[in-house]
Design a protein around this ligand. Structure first.
Ligand SMILES: Cc1cc2nc3c(=O)[nH]c(=O)nc-3n(C[C@H](O)[C@H](O)[C@H](O)COP(=O)(O)OP(=O)(O)OC[C@H]3O[C@@H](n4cnc5c(N)ncnc54)[C@H](O)[C@@H]3O)c2cc1C
Length: 415
């Protein structure tokens, strides 16, 4: 039985999606496009959040191409990154190359996440089954006879899901109150800030110096900078004051970005311009229960290492839509389908989180303890990448395709 998209009351839908981030908006678009009625609840009034992760990878753009939307997407303001380089104590090393990828967009599109989400919303709103409720926060799930049947909102109202509640509410998800979580530990935190850009530089740039790492992401006229610190060190750094922080930044960037160092006083007058991200690495041990499925950061909080979180969340959403649209159309979206989705997506999650944990353990922790850098040569793997251009395609391939790349196979119902 196909359920007509408009056959529901204002507070009822086949699928209630909690969270209008990359996972929720992509799932909402695909399901509404396939003719399912979907309500997305987003607790904020808009998508604007700075330093939220702005990397749209080739695998995500492949999906937009599958949907015939890539050119419209690329018409929105963005800049493109297709190489990664690392300055190791002043020595430039080439470590990644995406230019060889046989994909419709062989580069990372740097687009503020709110533009990406606006784009998905604009497309999704073309379908009659799609509804987006902004300023609408879910407080908890509603259960009846052991099955989740929707959510209760913070204003006391209930939102009923006829078939499925899809939790896409990020790493502080309400799923974490009802499903077991396994923490993998994260020994780092990150300070984010912006520096005006001088000169060229169109690559993703890491700078290692004096036991510190700053990652600089080219944003056209400025660099988005991530200053990696030991977990919990943020309060002590703040207590030492902004002048001390600027001095630390300058000590790392002095050789790789001298013009940016000269602009530091004006760019970082106080800590209001510096944002602390507490890094977590964890995942749910079980992503579903009858009537409920969690995907994206709600199911697995990712480290910023590799800038992979948005794209993994989007891939989860595509997998969920691919496997659920037919049962949803027929009114039989049982827990068994959610179990299949979780089983399929746990593999890439484990592999990517395992690699992030290895980078934390083998590179970032030793670096922050002062055991790497200084007079040391760069690690062998970095030297090999720098020496052999062909090897640089391996990280490029991994970033471009991800692990277990999903492709859209949901149909477009007549509009
Ligand atoms: C500082 C920072 C930098 C990052 N950089 C990158 C990067 O460069 N590249 C990358 O790929 N990833 C990056 N990430 C990770 C990336 O942002 C996440 O992995 C990705 O956004 C996950 O998408 P999601 O849709 O699962 O969850 P989120 O993006 O967290 O979206 C969850 C949404 O749910 C809403 N919400 C939460 N609770 C509720 C509720 N109870 N009711 C209603 N709505 C709710 C939130 O407002 C939010 O809009 C970064 C993360 C941070 C914090």
């Amino acid at each position: 039985m196909r359920i007509a998209a408009d056959s529901h009351s204002n507070m009822d839908s086949d699928v209630v999606i909690v969270g209008g981030g990359p996972a929720g908006m992509m799932a909402g678009l695909l399901l509404a496009r396939a003719g399912i009625s979907v309500a997305i609840l987003e607790k904020h009034g808009d998508f604007f959040r700075d330093f939220r992760g702005d990397t749209v990878h080739p695998s995500t753009m492949q999906l937009l191409d599958d949907l015939g939307l890539l050119q419209q997407f690329l018409a929105r303001p963005h800049n493109r990154i297709d190489r990664a380089e690392l300055y190791w104590d002043g020595r430039p090393l080439q470590i990644g190359d995406l230019t060889h990828l046989a994909m419709p967009a062989p580069f990372i599109a740097m687009m503020p996440q709110w533009h990406f989400l606006d784009f998905l919303r604009d497309e999704a709103e073309k379908y009659p089954g799609f509804r987006l409720h902004m300023n609408c926060e879910a407080a908890d799930v509603v259960e009846r006879d052991g099955r989740v049947t929707g959510v209760r909102l913070t204003d006391g109202r209930a939102m009923h899901a006829r078939q499925l509640t899809l939790l896409c509410d990020g790493r502080d998800s309400i799923a974490r109150r009802i499903l077991p979580v396994r923490s993998l530990g994260a020994p780092i935190d990150v300070f984010w800030f912006a520096l005006p850009k001088s000169g060229d530089g169109d690559a993703l740039r890491g700078v290692v110096r004096r036991g510190r790492l700053i990652v600089m992401i080219d944003r056209g006229d400025y660099w988005q900078c991530a200053f990696v610190i030991t977990k919990g060190e943020g309060a002590a750094i703040r207590a030492r004051g902004i002048a001390d922080f600027r001095a630390q930044v300058a000590a790392v960037l002095d050789a790789a970005a001298p013009a940016e160092v000269a602009a530091l006083d004006a760019a970082l007058p106080d800590f209001d311009k510096v944002h602390l991200l507490s890094v977590s690495l964890d995942r749910l041990e079980r992503w579903h229960k009858p009537g409920l499925l969690a995907i994206g950061d709600a199911a697995h909080a990712m480290s910023p290492v590799g800038g992979i979180g948005i794209n993994l969340a989007v891939q989860d959403a595509v997998c969920a839509a691919n496997m659920l649209y037919a049962p949803l159309c027929e009114g039989r979206a049982t827990d068994a389908y959610c179990a299949e989705i979780a089983a399929r997506r746990i593999l890439p999650t484990r592999i990517i989180q395992g690699m992030q944990a290895a980078v934390h353990r083998n590179m970032l922790q030793p670096l922050l303890r002062g055991e790497l850098g200084g007079d040391d040569k760069p690690p062998l793997a970095l030297r090999l990448l720098n020496r052999f251009a062909l090897l640089r395609r391996i990280p490029g391939y991994f970033i471009g395709h991800g692990v277990r790349q999903e492709r859209v196979n949901t149909p477009a119902a007549p509009q």
